[in-house]
Design a protein around this ligand. Structure first.
Ligand code: NAD
Length: 288
């Protein structure tokens, strides 16, 4: 651990993601101080006690004045109000970044409240998490060997982008840059749709479980497929409200494919079923 190269990091929202980001960078010693802001006093107390941050600050303006980097790690639907609070502060040259799981809505919110996207705001999304939440689950190595997607826009300041890139790399993440729209399409397909299917399937079966006694006989396949239905309902409700359009596009495409599968089962079309399952197995075996 060398001498700090930055002054102050402010992390707003000391949950699983914000807490892990703060703790990891505090351990790396890149900042002279790591300051937390959370509206929940208990989270602040635990964050200080467990070494996630050096200290907490209840006044957002005081925390952010003179900061080098400000990380927004609050729930997605809380981002716009927080951005509006930041927009009336003097942020100097601070680099702003966030970790929201959908990016278009955060960028649109920033454009609305700042009257145009601030050049030193670098939207980001770590593809890492767990079914746990809250500061108690903060883990300094959560992002190691995980992808982090940064979604700069046309006017993003290259030095701000480089700074955020450097911080995630310091945490061991594999950083990629992507268009905002592309990010939201890709995540709708690879993360949001599977969560919708898992929540939907478990709920649908649970409603029928009295008659069929389904869960008593649930085997490994069911457990594997539905593990993610144990995720935080509030966070996922935020994500579907935030990434509505991209989710609807992939959901409609998937519904067509599901209808085709239903048709094949109905028609006893074994050739069609075998074709789908064989292609799927090949694709599953070849993704890394
Ligand atoms: P979390 O529930 O663990 O933590 C959120 C924290 O924000 C809580 O401590 C809460 O008290 C605080 N908070 C809420 N509103 C606030 C406000 N206005 N000001 C200050 N603090 C406030 O949530 P998390 O899982 O860490 O998720 C945070 C963000 O990270 C979300 O935007 C989410 O989309 C994103 N994200 C989550 C995951 C994941 O798997 N959990 C993965 C990638 C990205």
């Amino acid at each position: 651990q060398g001498a700090p190269i930055f002054g102050r990091l402010v992390v707003i929202g000391l949950g699983l993601i914000g807490g892990s980001f703060a703790k990891g960078l505090r351990e790396k010693g890149l900042f002279a101080e790591v300051v937390g802001v959370d509206r929940d006093h208990e989270s602040c107390r635990i964050a200080v006690e467990t070494g996630v941050v050096d200290r907490c600050e209840s006044d957002l303006a005081v925390a952010c004045h003179g900061a080098d980097v400000i990380q927004l790690a609050v729930p997605i639907l809380a981002m716009e109000k927080l951005l509006a609070e930041l927009a009336i502060l003097d942020l100097g040259d601070a680099v702003l970044t966030d970790v929201g799981s959908a990016k278009g809505n955060v960028v649109r919110a920033a454009r609305r409240v700042f009257d145009g996207m601030p050049a030193r705001f670098v939207p980001g999304h770590p593809i890492a998490g767990s079914e746990k939440s809250g500061v108690e689950a903060a883990n300094a190595s959560l992002f190691r060997r995980h992808k982090v997607i940064l979604t700069p826009v046309g006017n993003t300041d290259p030095s701000a982008l480089q700074c955020v890139d450097q911080l995630w790399r310091a945490l061991g993440a594999d950083v990629e840059h992507m268009d905002v729209e592309h990010h939201d399409e890709v995540l709708a397909a690879t993360s949001h749709l599977p969560h919708l299917l898992a929540f939907g399937l478990v709920d649908s079966l649970a409603k029928r479980s009295e008659n069929l006694d389904i869960f008593r006989y649930a085997a490994g396949g069911f457990r594997d497929f539905t593990r993610i239905a144990g995720s935080d309902p509030v966070m996922w409700h935020d994500i579907f409200l935030a990434n509505r359009d991209a989710v609807l596009r992939i959901l409609d495409a998937f519904r067509d494919d599901l209808d085709a599968l239903r048709g094949a089962v109905d028609a006893g079309d074994g050739h069609e079923l075998l074709g789908v399952f064989t292609r799927a197995r090949f694709a599953r075996e070849h993704f890394s």
